[in-house]
Design a protein around this ligand. Structure first.
Ligand SMILES: [Zn+2]
Length: 397
């Protein structure tokens, strides 16, 4: 089943959002702030070009409000957990292909795919879950945009399922012949496009020599023969010496996805894009993580400590190419360089919220302590004597 929800943002109950936040143990103060943001909109109607008075909203999240997707995702988590429980309902059977995985549903925002065996009892169990979810949240299934796809089901059973789920639009008998309607969502149409492309490839191009059985692996390779391998910064970001919490921020930095001020200005959330720390240039990724005077100072201190050139430690990927160093030292120095990136972002956030900047000397002390702890945690086997001496001299072993 491909389920679409009606007016998802507009009809969600506030009390449901609040209860979800409470049950997920969000701090009461934060819940108060979130509810304040959600429950205070007023609306006005424009009549003959003139706005007439105001009235308060009673439910729903505002479309376009940056906070809206977050509580909405939490509400969908409720549905997701209900669907996880459906497998314990008496008479519910998994879809034969997903029995091993115990997979009942896949959800992306408000797009929902549900898989189960084509018997009435299983469909009834799924519909029970939706009744329960609709009663709690006020979200309803949109029948125009939802589909059920049967495969290999006898027509009388299909008709009884049709009767039971009368508010869902039902289409063809096989996924291979299925064509999405113009009401179908963008993501569902994209999935169907791939299905059609692979179908024509299988029969017309005979990518499996027209004989071999289909496998996901062969299908993927046929669809994207030049699928990119590892990105150039793979080793740097997923370096085993890195503190795990640094990896995610580093990954975002490499993709230029952190919400720096230049991006916030483009989104209309901020008006000033001057760097919080130095105040002399725009806060872009390249400024904050390499050109900012503060960042350069941090790198200079790291380079001095390691008796190296600043240019050598400025990028983890540069360090990794330094063949004159042992693999152990390269990874460890790369970790320190990456730690600066993470801590500069942290420092920028502290500066934004609390108005002060972490001193580079303090940053270096923290990095040194982190390194020491990381080496203990990793409990590496034998390290060659010269690397060991190097670590002892630096005070991290
Ligand atoms: Zn700056």
């Amino acid at each position: 089943m491909k389920i679409d929800l009606k007016k998802t943002y507009g009809s969600i109950e506030w009390v449901f959002v609040e209860r979800m936040l409470q049950h997920l143990n969000f701090p009461p103060k934060l819940i108060g702030l979130i509810m304040q943001c959600i429950t205070t909109p007023t609306y006005s109607i424009v009549l003959n070009g003139q706005p007439l008075g105001y009235f308060k909203g009673r439910r729903g999240l505002r479309q376009g409000d940056p906070i809206s997707p977050l509580p909405f995702i939490l509400c969908m988590e409720y549905l997701s957990r209900l669907l996880d429980e459906v497998c314990s309902y008496p008479g519910f059977h998994f879809h034969p292909l997903f029995k091993k995985l115990k997979l009942v549903h896949l959800v992306f925002a408000d797009d929902l795919l549900i898989f189960c065996k084509g018997d009435l009892r299983s469909i009834v169990s799924i519909m029970e879950v939706f009744k329960c979810f609709s009663a709690a949240s006020s979200l309803q299934i949109s029948s125009e945009k939802s589909d059920i796809i049967f495969n290999g089901l006898d027509s009388s059973l299909a008709t009884s399922i049709l009767d039971y789920t009368d508010n869902i639009c039902l289409k063809g008998a096989s996924i291979l012949d299925y064509t999405p309607t113009s009401y179908s969502s963008w993501s569902w149409r994209k999935i169907c496009e791939v299905k059609d492309k692979m179908l024509s490839g299988y029969f017309n191009d005979k990518w499996l020599g027209g004989e071999a059985a289909y496998t996901i692996d062969s299908g993927y390779k046929w669809l994207s023969p030049s699928a990119p391998g590892r990105v150039p910064w793979y080793t740097e970001v997923w370096n085993k010496f890195n503190i795990p919490k640094h990896n995610f921020i580093l990954w975002l930095i490499k993709q230029g996805s952190l919400l720096t001020l230049d991006r916030l200005v483009k989104m209309g959330i901020a008006t000033n894009q001057l760097c919080y720390i130095c105040g002399v240039a725009d806060e872009t990724h390249s400024h904050l993580f390499s050109e900012c005077g503060y960042t350069k100072r941090c790198y200079r201190m790291l380079a001095d400590w390691l008796s190296m050139q600043v240019t050598d430690v400025l990028e983890g990927s540069v360090v990794l190419r330094m063949r004159q160093l042992s693999g152990f030292r390269r990874l460890l120095i790369c970790e320190m360089s990456d730690a600066i990136q993470y801590r500069v972002w942290n420092s920028r956030n502290i500066c934004r919220v609390d108005g002060y900047v972490i001193h580079p000397r303090k940053m270096l002390q923290d990095i040194r302590a982190d390194c020491k702890l990381r080496l203990q945690v990793l409990s590496l086997g034998c390290i060659n004597p010269s690397d060991k001496l190097w670590c002892t001299t630096l005070g991290i072993m």
